[in-house]
Design a protein around this ligand. Structure first.
Ligand code: ATP
Ligand code: MG
Length: 476
C-alpha cells in the first residue's frame, strides 16, 4: 500500500495577532512622532527664551556701562550686577578692555568660565555678537553672548562685554521631561498592543463562531445552518455562501440516500423471484424439461438483474466522471434509421407505425453508442405507451449549432403533475407496470444523463390522450 505522507500544515501568525501587532506598531509610531515633535518644540522654545533673556541682560548692561564714568568698572568691580533680577541668579557678566584684560565680572564667574583670548575678541565685529554654548570648568552647560562696545569718545579703545547664562536648571528640566517621555512611550506601547489585541479578537469572534459551526457538521447534522443574522456585512456574505453550500450538500445526501433505497428495492424483486423459483425446483425431483424451463426463467431474471446493474453503473459513472466524451462525426439520419430497424418488429407487434422523418443526413460530432441508447430508450417508451393504430415519429434537426433529436408519439400522454419528475431516477407513473418488474424507471434518467454528458439537455411536452414529445438537445 502506498501510504501518502501528509505533512502538517505550516502554521503562520494568526490574523488577530497580526492585526494587534500592526495596530500597536502604527499607534505607537504615531504617539512617538507626536511626543518627539512636542519635545523638539519645547527644547527650541526654551533655548530661544534663554537667548532672548541673555540679549536683554546684555542690553541692560551695555546701557549701564555707557552711562558710567570711564574706568569706573575697572576701579570698583561690581559684586553682582544690580540689574540682574533676583530670580535669575544664574546670569553672569564680564567686561573686558580691548587687550582682553578683565575690567570687572560677576563674582564666581572666573571660577566657571575662562576669559576669552585676544584672538576670540579679534573675531567679534561691532555689529554681530558672538553666541556660544560652552561647558564650564565644573561641567555645567552655559550659553554665552559677547559683544564689542565702542568707547565713549572716538579716541577711547573699544571694550568687550560677555554675558553668560547657566543652563543647568533648563537641562535638568529637559532631562526630567525626557525620563517621563520614555515612561509614557513604554506604557503606551503596552497599552496599544493590548488594545490592538482586544479589538482584533473581538473582530475575529464571528469567524470563530462560523468555524465552530462548520467543525461539528456531519452527514447526520446537515440541516444545521450558520446564523447570518447579526454578523458584519463581509461575514454575512460568507455565512450565506456556506449555508447555500450546505443546502446543496443536504439535497445531494437526500438524493443519494433515496437512490440507495430504490436500488435495494429494485434488486430485491428479481432476487426474490430467483430465490422462489430455485426453491420450488429443489422441493422435489423433476423431469429434464421442467428443469430446463425453470433454468430458462432463472436466466431471464439474471439478465434483468445484470441489465439493471449495468444501467446503475452507467448512471454512477456519468455522475462522477470528468473524462471528456469520445465523439465521432456521424450521419444522424443513418443512425436513426438503424434504431428504426431495431425497433420495427416491436412496433409491429404493438400495432403502431414507427417512422423516421427527414432522410437528409445531419452530420454531428457525438458519441454514437450513447446517442443510439438515448433514442432507443425514447422509442421503447413511446411503443409501450402508444395504443395500436398510433404513430411514433423520430426526427433530427440541426440548427444554430444544436442538434435536436425528437421522439413523438400519439400515445396516452403524461399528466402534467408527473412531467417535472419523469426524468428522476426510478420514477414511474404507472405503478401496475412498475410492479410487474419489467420497467424500473431508469430509461428517461439515462437519456437525461447522456444529454448532460454531451453538454446538452432534455425537454418534454405531453398532453393526456394526445401524445408525448421528448427532445434531446445537444450542442455540436
Ligand atoms: N412516451 C411516453 N408516453 C407516456 N408516458 C411515458 C412516456 N415515456 C415515459 N413515460 C412515463 O414516464 C415514466 C418514466 O419513464 P422511464 O423510461 O424513465 O421509465 P420506465 O420506462 O418506466 O422504465 P425503464 O425505461 O427503466 O424500463 C414511465 O414510467 C412512464 O409512465
Ligand atoms: Mg423507459
Amino acid at each position: 500500500m502506498a501510504a501518502g505522507k501528509v505533512s502538517a500544515p505550516h502554521r503562520t501568525l494568526s490574523i488577530a495577532l497580526r492585526m494587534a501587532l500592526w495596530y500597536a506598531l502604527s499607534a505607537f509610531t504615531l504617539i512617538a512622532v507626536a511626543t518627539g515633535a512636542l519635545y523638539s518644540v519645547l527644547t527650541t522654545t526654551m533655548y530661544q527664551e534663554d537667548l532672548r533673556d541673555l540679549a536683554d541682560n546684555l542690553n541692560n548692561a551695555r546701557l549701564l556701562v555707557r552711562s558710567s564714568a570711564p574706568g569706573q568698572f575697572a576701579s570698583s568691580p561690581q559684586p553682582r550686577p544690580s540689574w540682574a533680577p533676583p530670580h535669575q541668579p544664574e546670569i553672569y557678566l564680564r567686561v573686558l578692555d580691548s587687550s582682553g584684560r578683565t575690567l570687572t565680572e560677576t563674582p564666581g564667574m572666573a571660577g566657571e568660565l575662562v576669559p576669552p583670548s585676544s584672538a576670540d575678541l579679534a573675531r567679534i565685529s561691532s555689529s554681530d555678537g558672538d553666541q556660544r554654548d560652552v561647558l564650564s570648568r565644573s561641567g555645567k552647560p552655559f550659553m554665552t553672548l559677547m559683544v564689542r562696545v565702542a568707547g565713549q569718545s572716538e579716541r577711547d579703545p573699544p571694550q568687550f562685554m560677555q554675558v553668560a547664562l547657566d543652563r543647568e536648571h533648563a537641562e535638568y528640566l529637559l532631562a526630567r521631561y525626557r525620563e517621563r517621555l520614555w515612561l509614557v512611550l513604554g506604557t503606551s506601547l503596552v497599552l496599544c498592543a493590548l488594545a490592538g489585541y482586544l479589538i482584533a479578537r473581538s473582530g475575529m469572534r464571528p469567524i470563530q463562531q462560523i468555524s465552530r459551526t462548520a467543525a461539528h457538521i456531519r452527514s447526520t447534522t446537515l440541516n444545521e445552518r450558520i446564523q447570518a443574522h447579526g454578523l458584519p456585512a463581509e461575514l454575512a456574505g460568507l455565512a450565506e455562501t456556506f449555508n447555500s453550500m450546505l443546502d446543496r450538500l443536504e439535497q445531494s445526501f437526500l438524493h443519494i440516500s433515496h437512490f440507495s433505497d430504490d436500488v435495494a428495492h429494485e434488486l430485491r424483486t428479481p432476487i426474490n423471484n430467483l430465490h422462489g423459483e430455485i426453491e420450488v425446483a429443489l422441493s422435489k425431483a423433476r423431469s429434464g424439461d421442467e428443469y430446463r424451463e425453470i433454468l430458462g426463467s432463472c436466466l431471464e431474471e439474471c439478465t434483468r438483474i445484470s441489465r439493471l446493474i449495468q444501467t446503475l453503473l452507467f448512471l454512477a459513472r456519468s455522475d462522477t466522471t470528468a473524462d471528456t466524451l469520445e465523439r465521432e462525426l456521424i450521419d444522424v439520419g443513418r443512425e436513426l434509421k438503424k434504431v428504426e430497424e431495431f425497433y420495427e418488429a416491436a412496433a409491429n407487434d404493438a400495432g403502431v407505425v414507427l417512422r423516421v422523418r427527414g432522410d437528409a443526413g445531419e452530420g454531428a460530432e457525438v458519441n454514437r453508442t450513447l446517442l443510439q441508447q438515448a433514442v432507443g430508450n425514447l422509442v421503447s417508451n413511446a411503443i409501450a405507451h402508444t395504443p395500436p393504430g398510433g404513430t411514433i415519429t423520430v426526427s433530427a434537426r440541426a440548427h444554430q449549432n444544436q442538434l435536436t433529436v425528437s421522439v413523438s408519439d400519439t400515445g396516452c400522454g403524461i399528466p402534467p403533475e408527473h412531467l417535472p419528475r419523469v426524468f428522476d431516477r426510478f420514477y414511474r407513473i404507472d405503478q401496475a407496470r412498475a410492479s410487474s418488474g419489467q420497467n424500473v424507471g431508469l430509461g428517461l434518467a439515462v437519456v437525461k444523463s447522456i444529454a448532460t454528458r454531451h453538454g446538452g439537455h432534455v425537454d418534454i411536452e405531453s398532453e393526456v390522450g394526445r401524445g408525448t414529445e421528448v427532445r434531446v438537445i445537444l450542442p455540436i
